[in-house]
Structure formats: C-alpha cells, structure tokens
Ligand binder design. Structure first.
Ligand SMILES: Cc1cc2nc3c(=O)[nH]c(=O)nc-3n(C[C@H](O)[C@H](O)[C@H](O)COP(=O)(O)OP(=O)(O)OC[C@H]3O[C@@H](n4cnc5c(N)ncnc54)[C@H](O)[C@@H]3O)c2cc1C
Length: 369
C-alpha cells in the first residue's frame, strides 16, 4: 500500500474510532486495551518489522507520520503502542531465530504484545546489573520504567554486565518466581498525571535467571549514547502530534467563541507548527547534524506545550476539568517533554524555555497591532 494511502486510512481510523474515546482511553486500561485492539485488527502493530516476519516494513517517513497521527488523537495509545513497536524492531534485528519465530509473526495483529525497558541504560550507576553464567545471565536490581503492565505478556529488559556490555532479554511481565529461586516483582502501576491507563510499573529482579534461549542481544552500553545521537528526532513526532491536538482544540473553541485573538493565535501557531514540522521531516539524520536536530527536538517539545497551553487558555475555566480535552493534551505534552530524554535533550529543552525564540514574541506583538 502506498504510504500516503496508509496514513490516510490510519487517520480515518483514529478520527472515527479513537478520538471520540480519547478521554476514557487516557485513564481506563480497558478502553486503552480496546483501542490497542483497533490497531491490531488493522495489522498496525508491527510496522517496522520486515515482511518476512509478518510485519508491514513501512518506511521511516511513513512510520514517523503514523506516530504523529496516533499522538494527535490519543497520547496513551501513542505511548503504549510505541513501546511494542520498538520491541518489534529490536526483536527483528536479533540473531536469536527461535525468539523471532516465537514472537514476530503475532506482533502485527497484537496476538503477541511486548514491552521494553531500556531507558535506565542511560543512568550511572546502572539500576539493574547482570552476571554471565554457563547457561545464561543472572539479573539483579530494578527496571525503573516498564509501561504496559496488564497489556503486554512479556517485555525486553536490559541489564548491564561488568564488562560494559548490556544484555537484552525477554522477561515475563508479571510477578513470578523461578524454580531456581529467581524472582520478578512488579510494583503497583504508578499514579501518573497523564496517560495513566498505560500502567507503568517498576520491576524488581532478584537473582532472575535469564536463560540463553531468551537473550535478544548483547551490545555495548555505549551504543545507547550513539543511538541517542542518531535518533534524537525520534520522539519529536509525538510532540508534533500533540501540538496538532492542541490546535485542533483551538479550532473547535473558535467555532463557539469567535474571538479574533483566538483566530490570531491559531494562525500564528499553525504557521509555526508547519515550519517546525517541515524542518523535522526534512532534517538530515546524520550524526554530524546532531546539534541542529537537537534544537528541532527542543522546538517540538516547547511548541507542543505552548499549543496545549493555548488550548487551555482559550477553553477557559472548564479546561481545569480532568476530562477536558485541553487538560489531557496539556498533560500529554508534559510526558513528551521527558520521554526518551537524554542529558542533551534536557539541556536543549531548558535552554529553549529560557529563550523561547523570535516566533513566540511575534505572537505577542501581533496582539498589540
Ligand atoms: C510515564 C513514563 C513511562 C515510561 N515507560 C518506559 C518504558 O516502558 N520503557 C523504557 O525503557 N522507558 C520508559 N520511560 C523512561 C523514559 O524514556 C525516561 O523518562 C527518559 O529516558 C528519562 O529518564 P529518567 O526519567 O529515568 O531520568 P533520569 O534518570 O534522571 O535521566 C534523565 C537524563 O539525565 C541524565 N542524568 C541523570 N542523572 C544524572 C546525573 N547525576 N548527572 C548527569 N546526568 C544525569 C541521564 O543520563 C539521562 O540522560 C518512561 C517514562 C515515563 C515518564
């Protein structure tokens, strides 16, 4: 299927089946589960997995458009499915053919659902470590963030080895004990300000034996920093979708409150979003362009927050209601501010917040004229 047709179909599916329930999807796991199944029924859950493993193998560009569209209509769904899509990509690159056969063919339709827990590899000292044994690896410590409890049957967890490598392996996503005495303990789902239905937990590993058969890969921890530089724009597509969601609300508000300054803000932010989007979609992913791409990521984050804030301001007092769409989108913008955050992204975000840039001032100046 041509990429534009796929994205048009996805947009229609999201607008008709997901958007009307996005408030419920944000806070009720059952509604989020049903939303995930909508994507599964349309075989949209293994988009980056090669055809040979039952995936859609869509281009990077189409995948970015997809992530943006899902984030426009439901942050919780965008965030949950993103973990599973990443697991599919990591598994499809694994040299463990048995694991690939076991999981990949069922991932596109959601029959096999897999989460991830890698973000902590950026932390020092590592919160979870592994030691090699003859028949596998022994894991101890805490996996601080694992989204999808109750949705995903398994997740790919990563633990740091004494030689500076990280072992990635399949772990059951439930509290369980091994005959060897190993234990995995999942916390209660965290009470989060946004996307609460995604059920993010901490998983404690106590002498958990990861058998060799469950190992997805072993690679240097330093590879994470390399990939962070190459993929600095990856999370921007969610922020762009979130900004779009804020402007969708502004458009709706203007229909009932036709105040000229709402329209002015709408137009200025539309123009800025179009510019930001164009710059991100046409950015050179080469690591040598990291600094420019980092600035684009910070722009997308800050713009998502501003568009969501504009939706709140225009909606008035009712936007303080937990179920108001502007309130939800604003909270989602906060998640996109930190998801996949690295030290460089944190710095770029804070720098941009201190000096929001010329365009933000243009909006203010246009009110004066
Ligand atoms: C709701 C939610 C769900 C999530 N779900 C998942 C999931 O399913 N799977 C997953 O892998 N991740 C998940 N994450 C993690 C997410 O990607 C991380 O938020 C992000 O990577 C930032 O890491 P952190 O919050 O652990 O912050 P930190 O550990 O504070 O790290 C933020 C940055 O600061 C740097 N840093 C920290 N301390 C220092 C220091 N003392 N000196 C210098 N630099 C430092 C780190 O290296 C990192 O680059 C989730 C996060 C949230 C909020």
């Amino acid at each position: 299927m041509e990429s534009s047709t796929l994205i048009e179909n996805v947009e229609y599916l999201l607008r008709t089946e997901i958007a009307p329930k996005s408030a419920e999807i944000d806070c009720h796991p059952a509604a989020l589960q049903a939303a995930l199944q909508v994507l599964g029924k349309a075989s949209l859950l293994a988009l980056r997995v090669p055809h040979v493993w039952g995936g859609r193998e869509i281009s990077e560009f189409t995948f970015q458009c997809f992530q943006e569209q899902v984030a426009r209509y439901s942050g919780a769904l965008a965030f949950l499915q993103a973990q599973h899509q990443s697991a599919g990509t990591v598994l499809s690159r694994s040299e463990n053919a048995d694991l690939k056969r076991q999981y990949l063919p069922g991932m596109g339709c959601g029959q096999a659902l897999v989460g991830i827990s890698f973000a902590h590899l950026r932390r020092s000292p590592p919160p979870v470590t592994a030691v090699a044994l003859a028949d596998g690896y022994l894991l101890n410590g805490e996996l601080p963030w694992v989204t999808g409890y109750g949705f995903f049957q398994t997740f790919i967890g990563a633990a740091v080895l004494p030689d500076g490598q990280a072992v990635y392996g399949m772990l059951p996503f439930q509290t369980t004990e091994q005959a060897t005495g190993g234990k995995l303990t999942c916390s209660e789902p965290m009470a989060l300000a946004a996307m609460n239905a995604t059920q993010t937990v901490t998983v404690h590993c106590q002498n958990w034996l990861l058998p060799k058969s469950e190992v997805v890969k072993v690679s240097p921890v330093s590879a994470v920093a390399v990939s962070d530089r190459l993929n600095v724009l990856h999370h921007s597509f969610f922020a762009l979708g979130c900004a779009r969601a804020g402007l969708d609300i502004l458009t709706t508000v203007y229909q009932t409150k036709p105040l000229p300054f709402i329209q002015l803000a709408q137009e200025a932010l539309e123009t800025e979003l179009a510019e930001c989007r164009q710059s991100i979609f046409s950015a050179n992913p080469d690591a040598r362009c990291f600094e420019q791409n980092l600035q684009l990521r910070a722009w997308a984050i800050e713009l998502a927050v501003r568009c969501a804030h504009a939706a709140i301001a225009a909606s008035g007092g009712s936007a303080n209601g937990m179920n108001h769409p502007a309130q939800r989108v604003y909270r989602e913008a906060l998640v996109y501010t930190v998801s996949g955050q690295t030290t460089a992204v944190m710095e770029a975000t804070l720098t941009r917040i201190q000096a929001p840039g010329r365009k933000a001032f243009n909006i203010r100046n246009s009110y004066k004229s």
